[in-house]
Ligand binder design. Structure first.
Ligand code: NAD
Length: 357
């Protein structure tokens, strides 16, 4: 099979971690007889430096003409002073909208070898952590009107949170379908005691649940959910929630599994073309030091094989290689306990490639 993959290295640690994922995909191609064509695309701070904007049209076109997109991360202090429309992260929001990827799926799963790296007490971790957060990605407050104005003698800032029934329904379906393939439990998270958009969210979810009678639907307020994720994460199977709540809860969920560097994500819409990226940012504090953990990016490439290219066996081979890497005691700095041997980003990639056989 031949697949064209648009690859965005981005900023900070982006180029280092993407290099490892590309090595892994190349090895998978050799092993299983696939050709992966990597088409490099500029986005983020590096695109601002080159073209004066975070996502030039040429980059959008390359992504839309590919079979899927693999992204490192964008952003960094250098561009923090830019106007909002020219920030690197704006490029990412624009790309998600252009690709129509309205669902972001983030697994929160603890690797048994890393159980002691979780900040939670061992009796909580032992009950198991294995759930998915399905987050709405191209609506809500991040995409509503933003404005700052002067009113009287002070500044006033407004961000608008809008959801339509159809936007809620399409993400709700992804939540129910995902739960159907897992343990058939869906928790819809909102703030219906305060927000109209959440009351609409809740009513659409309940209407949808009539079509998915095999899935148990529960409701939870977002503040309670933030507590429950640290108190008893084993209670969750699939969480479905809106854009901003999902952004915050999925970072919280990543921390209880050990390191933000281990978690992949997929963003999908109505077609098989997806956007795959680790959940962390560009980590400027550790960029160019060869200490970043590339596993979240490598597992994102594995999700691409599984969800966009129907290459289930190939994806499992990558997961098995990561498992063996951890089994043999290798750790990057972020997941190492005191005294454990650590490997750099590059060596981590090389070792995982060696375990692919
Ligand atoms: P971050 O995720 O980049 O870093 C948070 C902490 O986690 C840092 O201490 C970092 O060193 C560590 N970390 C992150 N990834 C790691 C990895 N793979 N291995 C080891 N340690 C890792 O978040 P931040 O510091 O808030 O943001 C930095 C920049 O990234 C900002 O400009 C932000 O806007 C941007 N950002 C981009 C994305 C994206 O491209 N999808 C997402 C979030 C943040």
């Amino acid at each position: 099979m031949t697949k064209n993959i648009a690859v965005i290295k981005g900023d900070g640690i982006g180029p280092e971690i993407i290099t490892q994922a590309v090595k892994v995909l190349t090895r998978i191609g050799e092993l299983y007889g696939h050709t992966f064509n990597f088409n490099y695309v500029d986005m983020g701070g590096c695109a601002i430096d080159k073209y004066g904007e975070p996502l030039p049209q040429e980059s959008i076109d390359k992504c839309l003409n590919s079979d899927s997109v693999l992204l490192g991360a964008v952003g960094g202090d250098k561009w923090n002073g830019m106007p909002a429309s020219l920030r690197p992260e704006k490029g990412l929001l624009k790309l998600r909208a252009a690709m129509g990827v309205y669902s972001n799926n983030r697994p929160a799963k603890i690797w048994r070898q890393l159980a002691s790296a979780s900040p939670l007490k061992s009796e909580i971790v032992e009950k198991g952590i294995d759930f998915i957060i399905v987050r709405e990605l191209i609506g809500g407050i991040y995409f509503g009107e933003h404005k700052t104005e002067t009113v009287g003698n002070q500044q006033k800032a407004t961000d608008v949170l809008v959801y339509t029934e159809s936007e809620i329904e399409r993400i709700g379906r992804i939540g129910f379908e995902t739960a159907r393939k897992r343990n058939k439990r869906l928790c819809s998270v909102e703030k219906s005691n305060v927000l109209d958009s959440s009351r609409l969210w809740k009513s659409v979810m309940h209407k949808l649940s009539e079509e998915y009678s095999d899935v148990e639907l529960t409701d939870m307020l977002v503040d309670n959910c933030a507590m429950q994720i640290v108190k008893d994460p084993s209670q969750f199977d699939v969480i479905v929630t809106e854009n901003m709540f999902g952004d915050i809860l999925s970072d919280e969920a990543s921390m209880i599994t050990g390191s933000i560097g281990m978690i992949p994500s997929s963003s999908l819409g109505a077609t098989s073309r997806g956007l795959y990226e680790p959940i962390h940012g560009s980590a400027p504090d550790i960029a160019n030091k060869d200490i970043a953990n590339p596993i979240g990016t490598i597992l994102s490439a594995s999700m691409m094989l599984k969800y966009s290219f129907d290459m289930e066996r190939e994806a499992e081979t990558i997961e098995k290689a990561v498992d063996e890497f951890l089994n043999d005691g290798y750790r990057t700095k972020d997941i190492a306990l005191d005294g454990e041997k650590t490997v750099g980003c590059n060596e981590c990639g090389d070792l995982i490639v060696k375990y692919i056989k």
